[in-house]
Ligand binder design. Sequence first.
Ligand code: NAP
Length: 252
Amino acid sequence: MAASFDLTGKTAIVTGANTGLGQAIAVALAGAGADVALVGRSSMADTEAAVSAAGGRAKTIQADLSTIEPVNRVIEETLAFTGRADILVNNAGIIRRADAINFTEADWDAVMDVNLKTVFFLSQAFAKNLISESKGGKIINIASLLSFQGGIRIPSYTASKSGLAGLTRLLACEWAGKGINVNAIAPGYFSTNNTEALRNDPDRNSAILGRIPAGHWGQPEELGGAAVFLAAPASDYVHGIVLPVDGGWLAR
Ligand code: NAP
C-alpha cells in the first residue's frame, strides 16, 4: 500500500509555495518523495529549506501569476530542473473583501485573473507537455468552501472558486482518457494570510469557530495528506472531485 502513496521520481509544480497552504503542500509532496518547483513572486527561501529537510529537491521559479505571460516558462523551467513535470498544484490565489454593492471592476478582475484565468492556461500548458510525451499526470486545484457556498463580501472570490469547481470537472472529462487526473481540494477555514482579517475580527472568528465540528481552525499541515493522495497512484481512478478538507464544516 505504501507504494500507492509514493511520489519518488516525480516532479511537482506548486504555485504560491512561499507561504500558507502552498508551502505545506510542497513540503508534504516532498515528504512523499517528490522534487518540487516552487512558483511565485516572493522569496521561497523558507520553503526551499523545508522541502530539502523533507527529502526533496527544490527549485524556485519566479513568476507573477496575475497574467498568463509566465505559464509556458513555468513548464520550461520545470523541465530544465528535472526533465519532467508530473504534478501541478494550482494553489496561488487572492481574495478581495467589499460589499457586493460597492465592489469594483479592479477587484473583480484581479481575483478572476489569478484564481481562474491563469489556473486554466497553466493547466493547459502543463497538459500539452504531458500529451506531447504521451504521459499521464495529476492536476490539483485549490478550490474553497466558496465552491459550494455563497459567502458574503467576496463576490469575485466566490465566482472564481465556484468557477474553479466547474473547470475541474470539465478538464477531468476532457483529459481523464489521456491519463491526466484533474481534481480539487476545498480547504475549510485554515490559519493563513488569506484568513487573517477573519481571525482578527472577534465576532467573525467566534462565529466561524463555533460552526466547525472539529473545533479549531485548520493548520496548513492538515492539508498535506489530501494533496499527496490526489498526486499519487492511490487516486488514479479519481477524476473531477472537489474534496473538502474542512473539519466537518460542510457536514454541519
Ligand atoms: P496566502 O497565505 O495568502 O497564500 C496565497 C499564495 O498565493 C501566496 O503564496 C501568494 O504569493 C500567492 N499569490 C497570490 N497572487 C499571486 C500572483 N499574482 N503571482 C504569484 N503568486 C501569487 O493564502 P493561503 O490560505 O495559503 O491560500 C492558498 C490557496 O488556498 C488560495 O487559492 C486560497 O484561495 C485557498 N484557500 C485558502 C483557505 C484558507 O482558509 N486559508 C480556504 C480555502 C481556500 P505572495 O505571498 O507573493 O502574495
